[in-house]
Design a protein around this ligand. Sequence first.
Ligand code: SAM
Length: 239
Amino acid sequence: DDAPHSEHFTLTPIGHVVSDYPDKFGIPRQPGLAPAANARLVLTAPYNDPLAVRGLEDFSHLWLTFIFHQSPERWAPLVRPPRLGGNRKVGVFASRSTHRPNRLGLSLVKLASIDTQQGIALQLLGCDLVSGTPVVDIKPYLPWAEAHPHAQAGFAPETPSLMAVTFHPAALDTLAQRQDSATLLALIEQVLSQDPRPAYKQKNTASDRVYGVRLRDVDVKFRQRLKNEATTLEVVAIE
Ligand code: SAM
């Protein structure tokens, strides 16, 4: 038949991300919330041509379009954003849910540098992507056209409130022995302050439940503590 060919489009990744996040669990829900998170975007041939990134080094921030490859292909018109406690529903197109038609994601990230020694790799900061995420496009961010600090943001009007994070002395000892102790400590604090626990678990009561979140090559064990009426997340071990 003569159905137009433009009904379907095929996307080919131009590269993939190698990040501080081996698992989906614990990754902040938007970019920039954990600025200490490192990622490398490694470009794949034929897109790893130096000509294709000429001029990009002069931009501080980039838009990445990527595939939520770890989400199922099925989608539904209504989703439950964690921001609404996980029980109220909004339309998928009113959300940043990973369960969406075409599974396309969009993240604004900071460009630290471009490595051209072996192939091409972009060093990024503040990514919200699991390691292995396929990237389909890169565009420079244009603040004069795209920054709208007073825009209305529906059910997510402002940055999420932060949880206090404390470290057990044993966890600090483990950290002190690492070369990347300063940046790893910052990353752990930034990630836990977002309270990665499932929305329905966040009660202001003491609980013995220990959670684990993988960051870089470590498993960070933490639990909730009620300290002088204030709830904190305490890092109990780094394994
Ligand atoms: N900033 C992007 C956007 O708005 O399209 C992503 C927002 S989404 C709510 C962020 C979450 O996606 C992270 O917390 C992480 O759990 C999840 N995630 C990251 N990379 C993923 C991937 N490749 N596949 C599925 N889920 C992913």
